[in-house]
Every structure is written in structure tokens, then in C-alpha cells.
Design a protein around this ligand. Structure first.
Ligand code: FAD
Length: 282
């Protein structure tokens, strides 16, 4: 059993349909019963979900009554747009924000936006709003896919911390050693902000393989082979996935990870099962 003091948080994405939104709210209510430290809601780079993210955040925060952090990405948004959004969140009493560069959808180009990297967005938020927000940033134990190498990416992560980030959430990974090594190298730079592992429950092999290719996460061969062998047998994928992820989370918490951030993909069951297995339900 792990300490009940580990933080837990659940991430959602804003949906396009009314039915999807209803499902999101239903699952958020179920996850809220575990008394998470916060929820977060993603933001489509270039402002593609600007209104839906704002509405979802306010609804989760007010109706589901869990402190909710909007994600905010800077590529494709002007400073004026970011300032307006920060103002609305501030007025609404939101105190936490996940600050990202973002990835523009293909076809939207790369040049728009006045801030190029997440460290510049962190700096901008601090300039505009002082210490109002707890600022989360992204971390990449397996190295961001566009980074030349680990050391360059580490230096860029340290830049975000020095710009005023309060804590970090990692990209999901399946290799605990990559997390421990990353944290050790960050600490060696004198940076002490909490670095929370991002946890992706395993529910669907083909989607997971696609996401992982895009974001630079390695699926170890032994996991890949096993998942491939199950084909369409969803029950076996879920059972194996739960076992693998429970073990990974146990190792992370036992090794000092301060908490876990679950990429729920708007589902409740897979994250609830992991919380129960880990003794994280409150
Ligand atoms: P940065 O920290 O800016 O890094 C991006 C790349 O540029 C890295 O290769 C880095 O090494 C390099 N770099 C950083 N700073 C500099 C600099 N000053 N000079 C030169 N190079 C630099 N995407 C969305 O669109 N919406 C979301 O809601 C969203 N939520 C996420 C939540 C989490 C927890 C994580 C881990 C990722 C999320 N993403 C989201 C994906 C993220 O936007 C992408 O991974 C994106 O490619 C990088 O964003 P970043 O904030 O890490 O960028």
C-alpha cells in the first residue's frame, strides 16, 4: 500500500458533442468521489477549443466541485488572446493552470503566435498575474520528440522551472527508470519543483500505439507483444493493462514520486481501478 498523502489528479479533454459532454460530466462526478487534488482540461493549440475548454473548466470547477486547471498553450495564440483568457480564469477564481507550447494541428502552420516556447508562456503568465496561479508545465522523461537530445531537453525543462513553474506533469511512459533518471538529473541542476508522473491507463492497443509514436513514448517490447497478441479481446487487454500499470504506479510511488496524474481520456473506470489497486481512494 502506498501513502494516502500522494496527490492524484485527473485530466479530461473538452468534447465536441452534447452526448460526449454528458458522459464526461458523469465520469467526472465518479472520479470526484476519490477527492482528487485537482482536475485538468486540455486546450487545442491555436485556440481550437478555446471556448469549450473554458466552459468545461468552469463547469467541472463549479458543478462537480473539484478545483480544475485549464491547459493553455501558446503556439497560435496572440498575447492579447492569452491575456483575455487568463483574465477570465482569474475572475472565475481558477488558481491553477497547465502552461504548454502546444502542437498546432497540421495545416495551421508554425509561425503564428507571439510566444514560441512554454518557458516564454510561463514568464508571460507570471508577468501578467504574479503569483495568482500555480503553474504546471510538461516534462519528458523519454525526451520530447523534437529535442535534439536528452541534455538539450533537460536544459529547456530547467528554463521553464526558472521562469516560474510551480510543478510539472510528465508525458506518459512505461519505463519507471526513465522517470527516476530524469528527476535525478533535474535535481542535479538545483531544481526542486515536484514532478508528477502522467499515467496513461491501457485500454486500446492501436490507439495507444498511435499516440505513443506521435508523442515519443516507448512501449516496451514485452508489453507491445502481449497487447498485440490479444487482438480484439478487450477484456484481456484491460486486465493485462491494469496489472502492468498498477505495478508501474507502485514502483513510482515507492521510489518517491509525489503523486500521479491520470490521462483519463474522459473515462472513469480504468483510472478508478488503478486508484483502488494502489490504495489511493480516499
Ligand atoms: P516546450 O517546453 O516549449 O518544448 C517544446 C520543444 O522545444 C522541446 O523539444 C524543447 O526541448 C524545445 N524548447 C523548449 N524551450 C525552448 C527554447 N527556449 N529554445 C529552444 N528550444 C526550446 N498539447 C496541447 O496542444 N494541448 C494540451 O492541452 C496539452 N496538454 C498536455 C499536458 C501534458 C501534461 C503534457 C506532457 C503534454 C501536453 N500537450 C498538450 C502536448 C504538448 O503541447 C506537446 O508535447 C508540445 O510538443 C510541447 O509542449 P511543451 O509545453 O512541452 O513545450
Amino acid at each position: 500500500m502506498t501513502s494516502s498523502r500522494s496527490s492524484i489528479s485527473f485530466e479530461f479533454f473538452p468534447t465536441k458533442t452534447e452526448a460526449g459532454h454528458e458522459k464526461l460530466l458523469e465520469n467526472a462526478h465518479r472520479l470526484a468521489l476519490r477527492q482528487p487534488d485537482f482536475f485538468s482540461c486540455t486546450y487545442g493549440a491555436g485556440g481550437s477549443t478555446r471556448d469549450r475548454t473554458l466552459e468545461t473548466v468552469l463547469q467541472l470547477d463549479r458543478e462537480v466541485k473539484v478545483q480544475t486547471a485549464p491547459h493553455l498553450s501558446c503556439v497560435g495564440d496572440t498575447k492579447a488572446e492569452l491575456r483575455t483568457l487568463l483574465g477570465r480564469y482569474r475572475e472565475a477564481g481558477i488558481r491553477r493552470i497547465v502552461a504548454l507550447r502546444g502542437d498546432l494541428p497540421s495545416g495551421m502552420g508554425m509561425a503564428s503566435g507571439e510566444l514560441r516556447y512554454a518557458n516564454e508562456l510561463v514568464e508571460f503568465i507570471r508577468q501578467e498575474t504574479g503569483e495568482h496561479f500555480h503553474i504546471e508545465v510538461a516534462a519528458y522523461p523519454e525526451t520530447h520528440p523534437q529535442a535534439r537530445n536528452f541534455d538539450v531537453d533537460l536544459a529547456n525543462f530547467v528554463r521553464k522551472a526558472r521562469a516560474g513553474a510551480s510543478s510539472a506533469i510528465t508525458q506518459y511512459f512505461f519505463n519507471a527508470d526513465s522517470y527516476f533518471y530524469f528527476v535525478e538529473r533535474v535535481r542535479a541542476q538545483g531544481v526542486e519543483i515536484p514532478i508528477i508522473p502522467g499515467i496513461m491507463p491501457i485500454t486500446n492497443y492501436s490507439k495507444l500505439a498511435r499516440f505513443s509514436d506521435a508523442c515519443g513514448t516507448e512501449i516496451p517490447r514485452w508489453i507491445r507483444k502481449q497487447l498485440e497478441s490479444y487482438g480484439d479481446d478487450t477484456a484481456s487487454i484491460l486486465a493485462f493493462g491494469e496489472q502492468v500499470m498498477t505495478q508501474l504506479c507502485e514502483r513510482l510511488l515507492a521510489g518517491g514520486a509525489p503523486g500521479l496524474h491520470f490521462y483519463t481520456l474522459n473515462q472513469a473506470e480504468p483510472s478508478l481501478a488503478l486508484c483502488d489497486n494502489l490504495g489511493l481512494s480516499r
